[in-house]
Design a protein around this ligand. Structure first.
Ligand SMILES: [Fe+2]
Length: 299
């Protein structure tokens, strides 16, 4: 008799490392259990301490919790593109050879792909290719090249749930007023068969891209012989999954809750965009600092 395993490839604990993190971790674990999530990739942005976020979440694992966590990060490449990487064990967080993955704007897309593929027990996928801006590959490379890139990376995110509340709340209005934005949001929610076939990716990811517990409960169902007993087995299942169907759990949200989640998500997205901007500004200042230029000239 087979078993249905519910997994989420893309999750942000969004810890701020203040005094309320234990409560936040407790709420996240509660949601994992409530939705019966078997495996979750903890893919915190690489400028928001992914290693510490993974460790903090694991350290608050409640007794009896069965969700397996895979250590990951959403890498912001030098070009500004997002690539989700994850491993079967957290040793890569401490390894000097993979340290560049934890620094925003450090590695190019090519370097990120080469680094991940050269290391056993690590994999990567291209998240939300149709998201607007530099973080989505289609705006960056165009559809055809973005699909080729997804194939080179290894996996592609077939569905990302980040616009779900927004589409359900204002999708019809958006499709009339901002048709292209609506199209991009819908394609983030679910890629077309044509695009997927073009990628030739080795595995298909489905992620909630949740930044708070209320957004959890989205991913995909896998038919497995038995639930994975350890992260190595979970990693094997995740990196060979070719199912195109996503799966949503949880009750239908009342309109007020949906509106609250949309505003919460917008505030987080805006905050992250500002943080990224200031990191980029700092890096530019560092790269063009008179002292550094001087040092390089006299070297
Ligand atoms: Fe994300």
């Amino acid at each position: 008799m087979g078993h249905h395993l519910f997994v989420d490839y893309h999750f942000h604990p969004n810890f701020r490392f203040g005094r309320r993190e234990a409560k936040k971790a407790w709420r996240i674990w509660k949601a994992f259990t409530q939705h019966d999530l078997g495996v979750v990739v903890v893919s915190e942005h690489n400028w928001k301490r992914p290693k510490e976020s993974f460790e903090l979440l694991e350290s608050h694992r409640p007794a009896g919790a069965r969700t397996l966590l895979l250590p990951g990060a959403e890498v912001l490449t030098r070009e500004g593109l997002d690539i989700v990487v994850f491993g079967s064990d957290p040793s890569w967080y401490r390894d000097r050879t993979t340290a560049g993955l934890l620094q925003p704007y450090r590695l190019s897309v090519e370097e990120t792909i080469d680094l991940v593929s050269s290391r056993d027990g690590m994999a990567a996928f291209l998240p939300h290719p149709f998201t607007r801006g530099t973080t989505g590959a289609v705006d960056f490379y165009g559809e055809e090249l973005a699909a080729t890139l997804a194939g080179r990376i290894g996996g592609v995110e077939v569905s990302n749930n980040c616009y779900d509340d927004c589409l359900k709340m204002a999708g019809r209005l958006c499709s009339r007023v901002l048709p292209d934005t609506h199209r991009r949001m819908s394609l983030t929610q679910c890629l077309t068969e044509e695009f997927l076939n073009l990628t030739g990716a080795g595995f298909f990811a489905h992620g909630s891209d949740a930044h708070f517990p209320g957004e959890l409960g989205y991913g995909c169902l896998m038919e497995v012989k038995s639930p994975p007993v350890d992260p190595i087995h979970a990693f094997e299942l995740m990196t060979s999954h070719l199912g195109r169907e996503s799966h949503a759990r949880g009750e239908e949200k009342p309109p007020w809750l949906r509106a609250w989640h949309v505003s919460k998500s917008m505030i987080i997205t805006l905050g992250e965009a500002m943080e990224k901007r200031s990191i980029r500004k700092d890096l530019r200042r560092l790269q063009t600092s008179p002292k550094l230029v001087n040092d390089l000239a006299t070297a």
